[in-house]
Design a protein around this ligand. Structure first.
Ligand SMILES: Nc1ncnc2c1ncn2[C@@H]1O[C@H](COP(=O)(O)OP(=O)(O)OP(=O)(O)O)[C@@H](O)[C@H]1O
Ligand SMILES: [Mg+2]
Length: 234
């Protein structure tokens, strides 16, 4: 039994089916990656865990069934979500964008802000900067920081490296690993970049056209011809 279990999850946009009977199991404190190309269903999977899509199947976190709950309830049960679109308020400061993430955890703002600043010292240095004047890497940090303002037990991150330089990708990987090591946070990321996924995650699931096609530990998949063919271009 995993900490997060996704059982026979299908997701629908009207009549179109975006996920087909997806099964995933994540242990507490694990970092896993969902690897897939454009349109594979990565965002749909994370949106579905957050209760944002129409689904069949069952999603559980610990003893709680998430299926059928709304997003605010899912956030209160300990799930944080850094989306691929960020949805930051461009004219607000870094600090105020972080505080937006605290709406369900108002009593712990100072403690959670300290945790975010410890993980991302740059967000404290730049706390009064307008978000619109930040670099892409800094915005990704604000997006991650905002998702951490409820101190989630499970953090979902949609494409943490999209559009970022290799050096910034490594910085983000380092912070996510510290988050797990120091705070015990369970982490699910999605990625198109299988190389990055393998530097951070312990296990991978490969999603193609809404279905899991390959799964296993990074060790066991490193030289898997199906994976190398699909994601490293040889
Ligand atoms: N709101 C929506 N309405 C209708 N179809 C949608 C909607 N959102 C996604 N889809 C469809 O569902 C499928 C999966 O999309 P999804 O955004 O989950 O893929 P993705 O793996 O996140 O892709 P990307 O790497 O481009 O972000 C695609 O065929 C997409 O067109
Ligand atoms: Mg997506």
């Amino acid at each position: 039994m995993g900490f997060l279990t996704v059982e026979n999850l299908s997701a629908f946009y009207g009549k179109a089916q975006a996920l087909h009977e997806v099964n995933i199991s994540v242990e507490q404190g694990e970092i896993i990656a969902i690897v897939g190309a454009n349109g594979a269903g990565k965002s749909t999977l994370l949106d579905s865990i957050m209760g944002l899509t129409k689904t069949t199947g069952v999603i559980k976190l610990g003893d709680n069934v998430l299926t059928g709950l709304g997003s605010p309830a899912i956030v209160r049960l300990g799930v944080g979500y850094a989306t691929e679109r960020f949805n930051l308020f461009p004219y607000m400061t870094v600090r105020d964008n972080l505080l937006v993430g605290a709406y369900t955890a108002r009593d712990d703002i100072e403690r959670n802000l300290d945790m975010v600043h410890k993980l991302f010292p740059r967000l404290e240095e730049r706390e009064n900067q307008e978000t619109m004047t930040q670099s892409g890497g800094e915005r990704q940090m604000v997006s991650l920081g905002r998702a951490l303002m409820t101190s989630p037990k499970l953090l979902l991150v949609d494409e943490p490296t999209i559009g970022l330089a290799p050096k910034v990708c490594l910085e983000i990987a380092e912070v996510l690993r510290r988050l797990r090591d120091e705070f015990g946070t369970t982490i699910v990321i999605t990625e198109q970049n299988a190389n990055f996924a393998m530097t951070l995650a312990e296990r991978l699931y490969v999603l193609e056209a809404g279905a899991i096609k390959i799964e296993g530990t990074v060790e066991s998949l490193r030289d898997d011809p199906k994976l190398t063919e699909a994601y490293f271009g040889h």
